[in-house]
Design a protein around this ligand. Structure first.
Ligand code: PA5
Length: 445
């Protein structure tokens, strides 16, 4: 179970003021539960963990097995909420180096459809030329340009390389039940498909097939992942008293920090495997809260790596930041620092210590230094990098985001601002239907 410690924010804000949010948190929780708040048609994620059936998980696992049996490489094609959750979990749980080894126990998972890099796509298609590969085409709208473009390339290559019949087996669609180009293609081609529920937005969809299928293909236990989320659904439920509810405390603390001029939240990890959890979190909070000219800017760093780059700014730059550290209690493996007779590097004082003991002292030392430097610090402790902990962490951030967004007074479940660049891009590319916009934008250039 995860725990949250906010003591190192006191001195910058008071415990009393954090606890003064109790009524606002309660109101937010009730609005979420009763569906009376803004964006209430997108609350399907709220009790998603506890409503996932054994049959649904079995269906996902069966499809994962087909992909595992027939593919050396699986490409997850999706962007934003349609890929970050899967990547966050897969990278948190994977051995960092097995994908480089010849003998693999699961297909290598690669990603596409999250950029429009010609070189990236060229290099990917080149790499796949002699690979038995499959594709998961993930798009709720089914019309996202980045994803559709990558899928167009990958579908053709898969069919050309593996034949139409095999392509049908190893291309899976995860999309809307009825609408969108991805649905039409899946139905026409006879692909296995899974539905993204209408009432679950992209950035809250990691526990739908969007996240669960790629995670299962990568060889991780989706039952345990969901069980971890179910445990957090209980621990963060609306009837859990404020003081004992980590999501309530996190939401209240970040709003109080924001009110006191702390406009940037930096999510910190001391474990490189958590890099994509931070990317997922950035999207969750950035897209949910950054609107109406409000919202904390979510940033992230990987320590101790970034202590040698961003560490300076954090220690002595503008005092508008606070940190939320994800601390992993136990490592998966054990590695001790060896003794060295010559001791030329002077590290014999560490001989016999586990590497993680050094890392934990870096963590503690950094916390004290940053607090001394004027940076409030929250700490989220998870027991280990395993399915249960990660499932719990993801749900914790989701429910806290819903509460926090409602306290801020925005609709945390829409993203109207994302459309602006698309409109311009389509106008510049002369997309049919954008004739007026094309004229207007050309006149500005
Ligand atoms: O959270 C969101 O809604 C977005 O990030 C979407 O997930 C992203 O834009 C991809 O959209 P789609 O799944 O429709 O391709």
């Amino acid at each position: 179970m995860i725990s949250l410690n906010i003591e190192k924010t006191f001195g910058f804000i008071s415990k009393e003021n954090v606890f003064a949010y109790e009524a606002q948190v309660k109101a937010a929780q009730e609005a979420l539960e009763n569906g009376t708040g803004k964006g209430n048609d997108f609350l399907g994620w709220l009790h998603l963990p506890s409503s996932i059936s054994k049959e649904h998980l079995a269906d996902l696992k069966a499809t994962a097995q087909v992909m595992r049996d027939n593919c050396e490489v699986v490409i997850v094609a999706g962007i934003g909420g349609s890929y970050l959750g899967a990547r966050a979990v897969i990278e948190a749980l994977s051995n960092s180096f097995t994908w480089l080894q010849d003998k693999k126990t699961a297909p290598v998972i690669l990603y596409a459809g999250h950029n429009i890099g010609e070189d990236y796509l060229y290099e990917l298609t080149e790499y796949l030329k002699d690979k038995k590969f499959g594709v998961i085409n993930i798009s709720k709208s089914g019309t996202t340009t980045e994803t559709a473009l990558a899928f167009r390339l990958l579908k053709k290559q898969c069919e050309d390389q593996r034949g139409k019949e095999m392509a049908k087996k190893v291309i899976v669609a995860i999309t809307d039940a009825k609408k969108g180009a991805a649905r039409i293609t899946a139905d026409n081609e006879g692909y296995k498909s899974f539905i993204i529920p209408d009432n679950v937005g992209g950035r809250f969809s990691v526990l739908t097939p969007v996240g669960l299928l790629p995670i299962a293909i990568a060889g991780f236990d989706i039952e345990k992942l969901v069980a971890g989320a179910v445990a957090m659904e209980k621990a963060c439920g609306k009837d859990v008293p404020f003081a004992e509810n980590p999501a309530a405390i996190y939401a209240a603390t970040r709003n109080e920090l924001y009110k006191n001029g702390k406009k940037i939240e930096i999510l910190v990890n001391f474990n490189p495997k958590l890099h994509y959890v931070s990317e997922w979190w950035k999207q969750l909070y950035g897209e949910s809260e950054g609107k109406e000219n409000k919202g904390i800017f979510p940033a992230a760093v990987d320590f101790s790596t970034d202590l040698h780059s961003m560490g300076q700014w954090i220690q002595e730059g503008e005092r508008t930041i606070y940190e939320t550290v994800i601390s992993v209690e136990k490592t998966q493996h054990s590695l001790q620092v060896p003794s060295d007779e010559a001791n030329l590097d002077g590290l014999n004082f560490l001989a016999g210590k586990h590497v993680d003991e050094v890392n934990k002292m870096a963590e503690l030392g950094t916390q004290l230094a940053h607090v001394d430097g004027g940076v409030p610090n929250m700490r989220i402790v998870i027991p280990a990098l395993n399915e249960e902990s990660i499932g719990g962490l993801l749900y914790f951030f989701e429910i806290a985001c819903g509460i926090s967004g409602y306290i801020l007074g925005v609709n945390p479940f829409n993203q109207p601002g994302v459309e602006a660049y698309k409109k311009n891009m389509f106008a510049l590319l002369n997309k049919p239907g954008y004739e007026e916009e094309s004229k207007a934008i050309q006149a500005r250039l």
